[in-house]
Design a protein around this ligand. Structure first.
Ligand code: PLP
Length: 379
């Protein structure tokens, strides 16, 4: 039975071109980029070329790209280090109530450290309001962190506008772009953000590598003390193969972005309309006019999404019922709660996340299989 993978928001398959680009650095060119000999230079050049490529992909300068081990590390570094660095200006931080745990738990940690945190509410589509941000900012506010795109319902925030408001009050703006980057246009200059987090495994790169964009002039103390790597702010020998793979993966996505969006959007529309044709009471969550093209959050009222997930699994079709980090937790996710969905909607919510490699035949298969399982399970 052929597997059909619809959990691309959790992680993606490494692109063969990415693997090919990485292999030399896992095999013959295994040198340490910090070594002074010419063999070391090979790895150093590869890391710096990757930095340049990633910077070009997001509209940054190479020295504004800092390599990390994952999106979680990028979020922790951005939020905690900025909060501490600006402690003399104030102790108030703002985020949204639908952030990934990588952000929410940084705020919870900082609250335990004596900072105060405000959580912006969202509307029924998962959108943060800029007026709420204005109302929440106080003279002691130092950091705002709002995700670019949500990992459960796909809603895209107006980060550019939120950054403008933050800057009117001299507040540092961070965005977690882990779900957005490679899937929708991301340009740090257009967005006007100070800090932006990304993770390679969400765009067909390897796991265990990410980056943090830090606008020149923003002070970001080290979270990882050690050697002089990453301009002296993140010690540790670089994950050369991972970094090279991440640059290749992002470059592939950015080069083909329009084409990929068109393809994914067409298949997502096909799935939605086919499900609705048979189940008119099905609901799709997130903001219809501002959402990730490939993320379908589908609520099947009257069935348990978990049962659907397990029955799909038996057919080797893989979906999710919420965020990957939540998948063992049967409690309603904080995102669906924030959207104020009725309980039966939440219990019946599946996340189907497509990729550039999803085919039309696979899209039809998932739609038809979900419809038939719904009629089998519906009580
Ligand atoms: N932020 C968001 C929005 C995510 O979806 C994820 C992962 O699912 C992360 C952060 C964490 O990224 P990583 O798995 O690279 O640590």
């Amino acid at each position: 039975m052929k597997e059909i993978y619809y959990d691309n928001s959790a992680t993606t398959k490494i692109d063969p071109r990415v693997l090919e680009a990485m292999l030399p650095f896992l095999q013959d060119s295994f040198s340490n980029p910090s070594s002074l000999h010419s063999f070391g230079k090979v790895a150093r050049n590869a890391v710096e070329l990757a930095r340049q490529q990633i910077a070009e992909c997001v509209g940054a300068q190479p020295h504004e790209i800092l390599f990390t081990s994952c999106g979680t590390e990028s979020d922790n570094w951005a939020i905690k280090s900025t909060a501490y660095a600006r402690r003399d200006r104030g102790m108030h931080l703002i985020t949204s109530c639908i952030e990934h745990p990588a952000v929410l738990n940084c705020f919870a940690f900082l609250e335990r450290e004596g900072f105060s945190a405000s959580l912006l509410p969202v509307d029924k589509y998962g959108r943060v309001s800029v007026d709420d941000l204005r109302a929440f900012i106080s003279p002691g506010t130092t950091v705002v962190s709002v995700m670019m795109a949500n990992n459960e319902v796909g809603t895209i925030q107006d980060v550019k506008l939120l950054a403008e408001v933050a800057h009117e009050h001299s507040v540092v703006m961070h965005t977690d772009a882990v779900q957005a980057i490679g899937h929708i246009p991301v340009n740090v200059i257009d967005l006007g953000v100070d800090l932006l987090s990304a993770s390679a495994h969400k765009f067909n790169g390897p796991k265990g590598v990410g980056f943090l964009y830090k606008r020149a002039g923003i002070s970001l103390p080290s979270m990882m003390d050690g050697g002089h790597q990453e301009f002296g702010v993140r010690g540790g020998t670089e994950n050369v193969a991972g970094i090279v793979g991440m640059a290749c993966a992002l470059n592939n996505h950015v080069t083909n972005l329009r084409q990929n969006i068109c393809h994914i959007d067409r298949l997502a529309t096909l799935i939605r309309s086919r499900v609705l044709a048979y189940i008119p009471e099905a609901k799709f969550n997130g903001c219809p006019s501002q959402r990730l093209p490939g993320l379908i959050s589908l609520s099947l009222v009257g069935v348990s999404a978990e049962s659907v997930l397990h029955l799909l699994d038996l057919k080797r079709i893989f979906v999710s019922t919420g965020a990957a980090c939540n998948s063992r937790n049967t409690a309603i996710s904080h995102v669906l709660q924030a959207l104020n969905l009725p309980i039966d909607h939440s219990v019946g919510t599946l996340r189907i996340s497509l990729s550039k490699d999803t085919t039309e035949a696979e899209a039809l298969t998932i739609a038809d299989t979900i419809v038939s399982l719904y009629f089998k399970l519906y009580k």
